[in-house]
Design a binder for this molecule. Structure first.
Ligand code: ADP
Ligand code: MG
Ligand code: ZN
Length: 478
């Protein structure tokens, strides 16, 4: 990256809330049903049909507001955002414009060195989703099952200064949403969608320059690449003296096949949408009791991380990895329930288990469950097997889901010998075979100790417990 410029990024995230029914009617929100099977006069926008607000949507919005330390507006409003598109049957989208339910929040993004950065969240407002246009050759179809399903649009301040920070922000927000359980946040299915607003400016300048809004970003990797492409395009335009011509406020589409952004349309101003209050909907009023109820949220990733550090003395980096997703946190806590050491859990979970899970498979889909991995850790802690043997056991457990840890240890013959008499017998054999070295050692050549340990381990075919070997050798060699 050119160091004469700095990058400014603000993100808009649309989260599909996982309510059972739609925002203003009782149609199901389920994904993948037969096209146009979950529709009614309200979400089809038929004349005379009246919207009735789904209270569960407010609950989930307020839970998010609480998690990002935002102000929750006890009175918010619904407006109509007017535009024409075939998948928008009413010709307008109901959204919150003047007063959103959630405003002025923030979250912290985490860096690998343990540092954090606060990013402001301007607002989070409730709105309805559109349907879907499906194109087959020359014919297009419209599926309105998604029409009027509830979305929460979460708008950040323009406070991120690299694609890396943008991705970290999104991962944190994704994690918060999943911890709250207010959305499945599945990016492929479109329940967590992001638009990235990108501009550049000469370093040190504080004013905001022209921004481009990139749409169609459905994976963290694409978001990173799209922002990088766009930043380079803007910097090149500046350096070539064509910034004012090439960088205009517009909406661009990211094409992942070509790894480039292309102009889609000129950027609308909010006046283009002719917002006005929806006459069919009263302002949304939240009473104190409901607000208090919704403020009662589960432990969020940052608090969980800090608690784990305080409780178990683990490193901040490890605690961040462990709490990065609700699935990881659950896996870790399920291991702890089995009474094994936190530090051992971390190593076996983050190094050994994650190292074996390939191709984006999450811990929740791991062939080895938390209880089973904890059993393996326990067998290392109680010296039944060595750490090295543990890796073999885990490899085997990955391929043979139905075999218990103790049976695997038995089957692979990995049980350590900790029994004193068996080890003493081996020590005696080794000492007899190396009488000269024993004399040298006793004469002061301390370095030979390692040689004896090695010989005993070899003789036991690696099965002797090294701690016991060390102890017994010390007393035998004198
Ligand atoms: P709209 O709804 O028209 O896209 P908003 O005012 O809601 O407009 O802003 C959308 C996003 O654009 C916000 O996340 C904001 O932080 C970001 N943003 C605004 N100006 C800039 C800029 N110059 N560079 C980068 N991001 C910006
Ligand atoms: Mg926008
Ligand atoms: Zn409906």
């Amino acid at each position: 990256m050119n160091n004469l410029f700095e990058v400014v990024i603000g993100l808009e995230v649309h989260v599909q809330l996982n309510t059972k029914t739609k925002l203003f009617c009782r149609c199901a929100t389920s994904f993948g049903d037969k096209p146009n099977s979950n529709v009614c006069p309200v979400c089809l926008g038929l004349p005379g049909a009246l919207p009735v607000f789904n209270k569960e949507v407010a609950r989930k919005a307020m839970m998010l507001g609480t998690a990002i330390n935002a102000t929750i507006n006890k009175k918010s409003t619904f407006e109509r955002k007017n535009y024409f598109y075939p998948d928008l049957p009413k010709g307008y989208q109901i959204s919150q414009f003047e007063v959103p339910i959630v405003a002025n929040g923030h979250l912290f993004i985490d860096f690998d060195d343990g540092s954090t950065k606060k990013v402001g969240i301007t607002r989070a407002h409730i709105e309805e989703d559109a349907g879907k246009n499906i194109h087959h050759g020359n014919v297009s179809f419209v599926d309105l099952n998604r029409a009027s399903t509830p979305l929460l649009e979460i708008v950040s301040e323009p406070e991120m200064s690299s694609s890396d920070e943008a991705v970290r922000y999104l991962k944190k927000l994704h994690s918060i949403v999943r911890y709250l359980g207010i959305s499945d946040a599945n990016m492929q299915e479109g329940s967590f969608r992001c638009d990235a607003n990108v501009s550049i400016r000469p370093k040190g300048d504080t004013k905001l320059y022209t921004r481009v809004e990139i749409k169609n970003l459905n994976s963290f990797k694409f978001i990173q690449k799209a922002i990088e492409f766009e930043v380079n395009r803007q910097i090149e335009a500046w350096e070539d003296g064509v910034y004012n011509k090439e960088v205009v406020q517009e909406t661009r589409l990211y094409d992942s096949a070509k790894n480039e952004t292309r102009s889609m349309r000129g950027k609308e101003e909010s006046s283009d949408y002719r917002y006005f209050p929806d006459p069919d909907l009263l302002p949304l009023i939240i009473d104190e009791a409901f607000l208090e109820e919704c403020k009662n949220i589960p432990e969020m990733p940052d608090s969980k991380r800090d608690r784990l550090i305080a409780e178990f003395g683990i490193k901040k980096y490890d605690a961040t990895v462990i709490t990065s997703s609700v699935e990881m946190a659950k896996y870790f806590e399920d291991m702890l329930k089995e009474g094994v050491e936190a530090k051992n859990c971390i190593t076996w979970l983050t190094v050994e288990l994650l190292g074996r899970l390939k191709g984006g498979v999450g811990v929740e889909e791991s062939p080895v469950c938390a209880k089973k991995l904890a059993k393996l850790v326990k067998r290392i802690e109680d010296n039944t097997i060595s750490g090295k043997a543990g890796k073999e056991v885990l490899d085997y457990a990955f391929e043979n889901c139905d075999v218990e840890i103790d049976d695997i240890i038995e089957k692979l013959g990995l049980k350590q010998v900790s029994d004193d008499s068996a080890i003493l017998a081996i020590i005696e054999t080794i000492m007899n075979a190396n009488a000269d070295k024993v004399a040298e050692y006793r004469g002061g050549k301390d370095k030979l100790f390692g040689f004896f340990v090695g010989q005993v381990m070899k003789e036991s075919k690696g099965a002797a417990n090294p701690a016991v070997v060390n102890e017994l050798l010390k007393s035998k060699l004198g």
